[in-house]
Design a protein around this ligand. Structure first.
Ligand code: ATP
Ligand code: DNN
Ligand code: MG
Length: 390
């Protein structure tokens, strides 16, 4: 009934694991699920491919592959080198349509990123999604470098008028760094689509039973889960930016250099090594602080609101995506809260930055799936596959 294409910012970002989570959440809702991996590369004939991995983790799905090429390469390259036929968008669309006729949800997992070539014409998964009129889930890493790849993928989708349902973080570490924490707010901006989930780093290592029990904790209600984007953002929000205190001036013990009255030399002087050559030397501020952006430097004790002009979600709020899970009080796009509390002082289900979020097991804990999902919005049971066709 609904065909959803799962792409990523690249290879090895967690598309298969995310596909398995979406499949598991759908199965738990009583939906029938098919997984189609049009071109499986880098896997020998006797080995399980990505579709089989989804079935292992998620449960009883129909797992389909159209072509398999042993070398770990882009599909068209692997096909040509192996002497086998490439698969193109028409063949993929036809197979997906057949599966969609008898399943509620069909998840089509690409190979690598969106613009990887499938055939000699240069057809890509993006072209295939456009041909099928299917929506796309984008799996992205959390860390530094993800924003550019996410924005590029979003642009490529928009250029083909393909709708991105949202972003899933393919692997969320128990000890995320500053970039990862900031990217919770920045990824939806880069993608121009909401954040719809985050899979814990060790998700694929869970037993199938633990994976199935926890999958809904990692996915937003739009994907059949109970993951709360706002609570997740509040829990992991980084501390507001605070400039390092200025170092107290230290007395210079060396004697002052003697100044000799040199005769005037009219030849141009070379700038000292390390000086910017283009006349764009940042202005030096009193006190030695370098101000690059022309704004007034903070005074001691004055704090700067983090990303005060952070752009809002499309439409000024996140309601455009059929969920208000990311909406902030007053319709503001998500700022970076400075503590782990919900507006109004209510503690989030994420007790502290040191505690794993629900469904995100701590190191060494098996599963960790029984944490309460306090504050989770109630979700009406969807019609088969309808969440993907809004
Ligand atoms: N959340 C996770 N927990 C545990 N392992 C993970 C997780 N995400 C990814 N991995 C591991 O990282 C590797 C890449 O993940 P995955 O196979 O999902 O990537 P992919 O985006 O599907 O790549 P491909 O382009 O080959 O299809 C796999 O070995 C997988 O087991
Ligand atoms: C072998 C690998 N795991 C994927 N199946 C194929 C990834 C192709 C990536 C091509 C590229 O973007 O350079
Ligand atoms: Mg994969």
């Amino acid at each position: 009934m609904a065909i959803v294409v799962v792409t990523g910012t690249g290879t090895e970002v967690g598309k298969t694991v995310a596909t398995a989570a979406v499949a598991a959440a759908s199965l738990a809702q009583g939906l029938s699920v098919a997984v189609l991996k049009p071109a499986q590369t880098g896997v020998a004939e006797h080995e399980p491919g990505d579709a089989a991995e989804v079935a292992r983790l998620a449960g009883p799905v129909t797992a389909a592959e159209l072509a398999r090429y042993p070398e770990p390469l882009a599909p068209v390259t692997a096909a040509l080198r192996s002497g086998r036929n490439p698969v193109g968008p028409e063949e993929i669309a036809e197979a997906a349509a057949k599966l969609a006729a008898v399943h509620d949800v069909v998840l089509v997992e690409g190979a690598g990123g969106l613009l990887v070539r499938y055939d000699e014409k240069g057809s890509t998964l993006a072209d295939t999604a456009a041909l099928m009129g299917a929506r796309v889930l984008l799996v992205a890493p959390a860390g530094l470098g993800t924003l550019n790849a996410t924005a590029l993928t979003a642009e490529a989708l928009a250029a083909r008028k393909v709708i991105c349902l949202g972003v899933i973080i393919g692997s969320w570490a128990p000890d995320p760094g500053l970039a990862e924490r900031c990217n919770i707010a920045d990824l939806p901006v880069a993608a121009n689509a909401p954040l719809l989930g985050a899979l814990p780093e060790r998700a694929a290592a869970l037993s199938p039973a633990a994976f199935r029990a926890a999958a809904a904790d990692w996915l937003a209600p739009e994907l059949g889960g109970r993951w709360d984007a706002q609570a997740f953002a509040a829990h992991y929000a980084p501390a507001p930016y605070a400039p390092a205190p200025e170092a107290a001036p230290t007395p210079d013990p060396s004697p002052a250099p003697e100044v000799s009255a040199a005769p005037y030399d009219p030849t141009p002087q070379q700038p000292p090594a390390g000086t910017a050559p283009y006349g764009s030397e940042p202005q030096q501020q009193p006190g030695g602080a370098t101000e690059r952006y022309g704004s007034v430097p903070p005074q001691p004790g004055e704090s700067i609101p983090p990303h005060a002009s952070h752009p809002q979600q499309p439409g000024g709020s996140t309601a455009a995506y059929g969920s208000d899970s990311q909406q902030q009080p007053g319709g503001e796009a998500s700022p970076y809260p400075s503590d782990s509390r919900q507006p109004g002082g209510q503690a989030t289900p994420y007790a502290s930055a040191d505690q794993p979020a629900p469904g995100l097991p701590a190191q060494g804990e098996p599963g960790g799936t029984d944490a309460p999902a306090g504050g989770v919005p109630a979700q009406a049971p969807p019609m088969p596959g309808d969440r993907f066709s809004r």
